[in-house]
Design a protein around this ligand. Structure first.
Ligand code: ADP
Ligand SMILES: N[C@@H](CCOP(=O)(O)O)C(=O)O
Length: 313
């Protein structure tokens, strides 16, 4: 359940008076997601999603909202934020920073095939290319500094074999030259539940609230780890090839990226092992956290170490 802060229809009706979106018809809490309070809002003029931001500092929010506006302007199916009568994307509702974005159509596909993976690869490359002209800058909030700090926080809770795995991987990742790879704005969480499908077409890419600047290849690895892993935790070569070939057709991989690919898959697995382990061992007070299993990403990491994957394109 992702409604941490309730909103009444009276409050929302008054708040919507600051926007040119018509009158409130329906307000419905959204029971998915783990970070923010989200609501579907129907008005006399359209369908929107209202987000109350629970954790991200207010000063960081314009980066995400203007990024979504930028990508939408480039024709990508991302939720365009709606400006209020003061021409601001960010407002305040129920004491929280709040934004209204366009509601996109479609549903998540949790058992994707090669055709889905190809669409996602092409979409991710389009997102990376459009992001190159985005003027604002914010480092990946889950980059190396966060990784090392999170590892220190969760390490005491891990059994000895996992501590050893963590130590080996941290030492390895410290030697990976992320800054020598092509960089830009990355989505950083392009999991299956953040893509909405309208039949076989991508109707929406959502949840940009982990976005930031980093190696573009890291984003590709995050995406492959989620979209192309079998229930047994193995990489599905056909799905991986479909995703990577479609990406490569839009933004060809460079030689340095070929060399770095096995390390990126490991780094991306480590990032989600750590965030899930932290949510599991150190849940934040008052947050209703949907805890996803850390073991899944620990095992993906182990498999990438045991059987390094090469870029097939
Ligand atoms: N713009 C949107 N259009 C349609 N559905 C959306 C949109 N934004 C969010 N949703 C729905 O809300 C759910 C939770 O959103 P998400 O951004 O993942 O939350 P959180 O930020 O808490 O992780 C999504 O799974 C999706 O069903
Ligand atoms: N995709 C991450 C968790 C982030 O949750 P989201 O609902 O905001 O996408 C994971 O699977 O660990």
């Amino acid at each position: 359940m992702s409604v941490f802060t309730p909103v009444s229809t009276e409050e929302l009706s008054a708040w919507l008076g600051r926007y040119a979106v018509g009158r409130l018809v329906e307000l419905q809490g959204i029971s998915a997601g783990v970070q923010n309070s989200n609501f579907f809002v129907t008005t006399t003029l359209g369908r929107y999603v209202l987000t109350l931001f629970e954790a991200i500092p207010r000063a960081e929010l314009p980066f995400y909202l203007h990024l979504m506006a930028h990508l939408a302007r480039h024709g990508l199916p991302v939720p365009a934020p709606i400006a209020n009568r003061d021409n601001e994307y960010l407002g305040t509702l129920s004491g929280r920073p709040a934004a209204l974005v366009r509601r996109l159509s479609g549903h998540s596909e949790m058992t994707p095939g090669t055709a889905h993976c190809a669409c996602v690869g092409a979409m991710l490359a389009g997102l990376h290319l459009a992001g190159l002209s985005y003027g604002r800058r914010q480092d990946n909030p889950r980059g190396a500094a966060w990784r090392d700090a999170a590892a220190a926080r969760v390490r005491p809770f891990l059994p000895a074999d996992e501590q050893a795995l963590l130590d080996i991987e941290l030492a390895f990742q410290t030697g990976v030259a992320y800054d020598r790879l092509p960089r830009g704005v990355i989505h950083a969480d392009l999991f299956r539940d953040n893509v909405l499908w309208d039949d076989d077409r991508i109707g929406g890419v959502i949840d940009f609230y982990f976005a930031g600047h980093d190696a573009l290849l890291f984003d590709v690895a995050v995406t492959v780890n989620d979209w192309c892993t079998t229930p047994r935790g193995e990489l599905d070569p056909s799905r991986a090839e479909a995703l990577l070939a479609a990406y490569h057709a839009e933004r060809p991989f460079e030689a340095a990226e070929r060399d770095a690919w096995p390390a990126m898959l490991r780094g991306a697995a480590l990032r989600f092992w750590l965030s899930r382990a932290e949510d599991f061992h150190l849940p934040k007070a008052g947050e209703m956290v949907l805890v996803k299993p850390p073991a899944e990403y620990r095992d993906i990491l182990r498999r990438h170490i045991a059987a390094p994957h090469s870029l097939p394109v």
